[in-house]
Write a protein that binds this ligand. Structure first.
Ligand code: FAD
Ligand code: UDP
Length: 364
């Protein structure tokens, strides 16, 4: 054995494990089949702007220990995510708050907003929401659901809102105060200089091979490490023996523009179904940039099939049951530990990813 650990995936989960194990004096080989480290948090410098190659990544957490942990590797700025929604040219503040209700209905007070939502909830006849549509209607009423949720969600997930679990929409704050902060968390920001340098620092002291797929590497090097940490897709690891889990994939289309300010905000969501992308990111605004040019990325969701990148697990009941079958196989495999968004098939944010990795590392 040449290494104590073979870590598959140089994303945030793999890099956290690598950092912790190196600190304990263990040797780690980290592989990634992409051409770079960082996984989905990878940022690259284009026109002196840190571009979030795989979609907007805003670090937010309520866990002080995790905030302090990530701050070892970078200084964070005071960016607060406040996306806006564009519905057929009408602009609304997100998340759903008094600014949104004021624009939607012309009302000014929380009582007025509550009254309208309650009337719309009663009209829809929902008492015990069983799916995303019912959850959204009972929380926000029909106007908000139809203009700001239905189209966006159905593009994002590729199915009718009635077929989606309610928890997806519960991620978003819904408040009766004038507050456009997209998150409720105590700590929030963007690492100054981008995420890639965080991952570089985490991987110091490890051997790293990019452009290297685990499955072919394993064949050629069956005894390279005594244990493997696998952060790729768990169904792929087991050669889809019980069938495929479902994922959503994304296409990112990036353009360099000859303007210093394209949309006036880092994130603009396009909430009608007819516009095929879900959002446009203008990267410079994450770091309050004043470069002469701008870089924007449109995000197009699409269905996943083998060979595409899997970005989001589709955590409905059918897939969760299938995942449990794969997990039972994984639990019998002592030499491999599965982790991260794809290895655990969970919609982890960055803070939860680090938290889960630190928990695994503490037992190794
Ligand atoms: P990944 O980053 O996916 O890393 C896994 C790595 O494993 C990949 O690099 C992959 O190439 C590699 N790999 C897989 N299979 C193999 C193989 N067979 N051989 C070699 N390598 C392999 N979180 C937030 O907190 N805030 C946000 O604003 C936010 N925005 C997001 C926006 C989008 C569009 C997406 C998709 C996610 C977002 N997240 C956000 C979540 C965040 O990206 C994840 O929490 C985090 O990246 C998970 O890290 P990971 O290491 O588990 O997975
Ligand atoms: N959502 C919506 N309208 C929006 C933004 C989000 O309906 O303008 C819904 C959509 O179902 C999405 C979920 O809220 O999947 C969670 O949104 P979030 O921004 O957290 O998604 P992510 O950044 O993880 O893609």
């Amino acid at each position: 054995m040449q290494f104590d650990y073979l870590i598959v995936g140089a994303g945030l989960f793999g890099a956290t494990i690598a950092h912790e194990m190196t600190k304990k004096g263990k040797t780690c080989l980290v592989l990634d089949r992409r051409a770079h480290i960082g996984g989905n948090v990878y940022t690259e410098n284009i026109e002196d702007i840190n571009v979030h190659r795989y979609g907007a990544h805003i670090f937010h957490t309520s866990n002080k220990a995790i905030w302090e942990y990530i701050n070892q590797f970078a200084e964070f700025n005071n960016y607060i995510n406040s996306p806006i929604a564009n519905y057929k040219g009408e602009i609304y503040n997100l998340p759903f708050n008094m600014n949104t209700f004021n624009k939607m209905w012309g009302i000014k007070t929380p009582d007025e907003a509550r009254e309208i939502i309650e009337i719309q909830r009663l009209e829809s006849g929902i008492t015990n929401p069983k799916n995303l549509e019912e959850q959204a209607l009972s929380l926000a009423g029909r106007d908000i659901y139809e203009k700001l949720i239905k189209g966006y969600t159905e593009k994002q997930w590729g199915v009718d809102c009635k077929e989606l679990p309610a928890f997806i929409i519960k991620r978003l704050p819904f408040r009766f105060i004038y507050d456009n902060n997209y998150f409720n968390d105590r700590y929030q920001g963007i690492p100054i200089g981008g995420y890639t340098s965080i991952i570089e620092k985490m991987l110091l002291g490890c051997e790293v091979k990019v452009n290297t797929d685990y499955f072919s590497f394993r064949q050629a090097n069956p005894t390279i490490a005594s244990r493997t940490i696998f952060t790729g897709a768990i169904d792929e690891f087991f050669a889809y023996c019980y069938g495929e889990l479902e994922y959503r994939s994304l296409n990112f289309k990036t353009e360099i523009l000859d303007t210093d300010n394209f949309q006036g905000n880092a994130v603009v969501n396009y909430t009608e179904k007819e516009v095929l992308y879900t959002r446009i990111i203008e990267h410079k605004h994450f770091e309050f940039g004043n470069q002469k040019k701008s870089v924007i990325t449109r995000e197009y969701p699409h269905s996943w099939s083998r060979g595409n990148e899997a970005y989001y697990p589709v955590n409905n009941e059918k897939n969760n049951v299938l995942y449990e079958q794969y997990k039972a196989l994984a639990d019998c495999c002592d030499s491999v530990i599965f982790g991260g968004r794809l290895g655990n098939y969970k919609y982890f944010d960055m803070d939860k990813t680090i938290e889960a990795a630190l928990e695994v590392a503490s037992c190794l």
